[in-house]
Write a protein that binds this ligand. Structure first.
Ligand code: HPA
Ligand code: ZN
Length: 339
């Protein structure tokens, strides 16, 4: 039998919480800054890496938005996405549901078309050449206004074939889900699925708002939902998937130590928890690194790792047939690796 870590590395899995702009590696950021003649406040790759020390979400976001300024051409968005998909291949990720932040680009004067065409072309190439299926989720920046989100939804309208859902990210505290009720309703009426970051730094009431007012199909993070027993029961009864991000939680001080990570509590309470990397270039690891951190810090068991990998497909936006195909892949992998 392979070691637990090797077993988990090979497990087929899906990633449901990944910001493409958060997969921009320092080397790539530096190269793009030179090729696009964009000045960065760093003079080397090491300096970029050394700047990645955060005490909270906002400190990260300030660096994250500055970093994405190097993304200028369609080719940059293609290269960013393709580099991420190659990392997925190495981690045996079979399906991805990725976020992009159009407002982080359009507010710098980059046309929506440049962003979406670059990303979509890479996702299509990844499906063809790397055999990784995908969904694309357009996130609204919650520190901006709902009117701004509506403008973004309008810009997306010619590209609805390429976009499967909308999300809500950026600075959580002070920007509750209730601020975006109307735009989420409009997105739902257009046939888009809905997810929202909630309960990362925000209180359980933000998770309740996301469920009650935004009618979300999945919850991003959701850690602080654990503070409310009634909310946990509701999430478990309705099997609302939580896209949990362990290394992100550690780097943004949502947990003080990885040994305090609540992933096992979530599973024990019957929540449909999944493991994801969020912004891997900034938080120190891709999806397998997140699983390994849990194995090493909270003694995640083989059964729990299998449950989390299965949850990643069950909690995805794939059709029931596609979900069973991938769940069968997991079962076949387990059979092959049990002796
Ligand atoms: N939280 C909120 N907004 C974000 C994140 C996150 O973890 N990553 C990128 N944008
Ligand atoms: Zn996130």
């Amino acid at each position: 039998m392979p070691s637990l870590i090797d077993f988990v590395r090979g497990l087929p899995k899906a990633e449901l919480h990944l910001h493409l702009e958060g997969s921009l590696e320092p080397e790539q950021m530096f190269a793009m800054s030179e090729r696009n003649r964009i000045k960065l406040p760093y003079s080397s790759v090491d300096e970029i890496r050394n700047a990645y020390n955060f005490n909270n979400l906002q400190e990260f976001l300030d660096i994250y938005y500055a970093g994405m300024s190097v993304l200028q051409q369609e080719e940059d968005f293609y290269d960013l996405t393709m580099a991420y998909l190659k990392r997925c291949k190495a981690d045996n990720v079979r399906h991805v549901e990725v976020f992009f932040d159009p407002q982080g680009h359009t507010e710098r004067g980059i046309p929506f078309s440049v962003v979406i065409n670059g990303i979509n072309r890479a996702l299509e190439d990844g499906k063809k050449h790397l055999n990784i299926s995908y969904k694309l989720i357009m996130s609204f920046l919650r520190h901006l206004s709902e009117a701004d989100a509506f403008e973004t939804l309008k810009q997306a309208t010619p590209y609805l074939e390429l976009i499967h859902g909308v999300g809500l990210d950026s600075s959580e505290l002070g920007h509750p889900p209730s601020k975006f009720v109307n735009v989420f309703k409009a997105a739902g009426d257009m046939g888009l699925l809905r997810v929202a970051h909630a309960g990362e730094e925000g209180p359980p009431s933000y998770v309740e708002e996301a469920l009650d007012l935004l009618d979300i199909d999945r919850l991003d993070h959701g850690n602080r939902a654990l503070e409310s027993d009634s909310l946990v029961t509701r999430l478990a009864n309705n099997q609302i998937a939580l896209t949990v991000c362990p290394l992100s939680n550690l780097k943004l001080c949502v947990v003080n130590d990885m040994s305090d990570h609540p992933i096992q509590t979530m599973l024990e309470k019957g929540l449909l928890a999944t493991v994801n990397s969020d912004d891997p270039s900034y938080f120190g690891g891709y999806i397998n690194d997140n699983y390994v951190a849990l194995i090493e810090s909270v003694d995640l068991t083989r059964e729990q790792a299998i449950q989390l990998a299965k949850n990643s497909f069950s909690g995805s936006f794939l059709s029931p047939q596609e979900k069973s195909k991938y769940l069968d892949e997991i079962d076949a992998y387990i059979t092959q690796n049990t002796h």
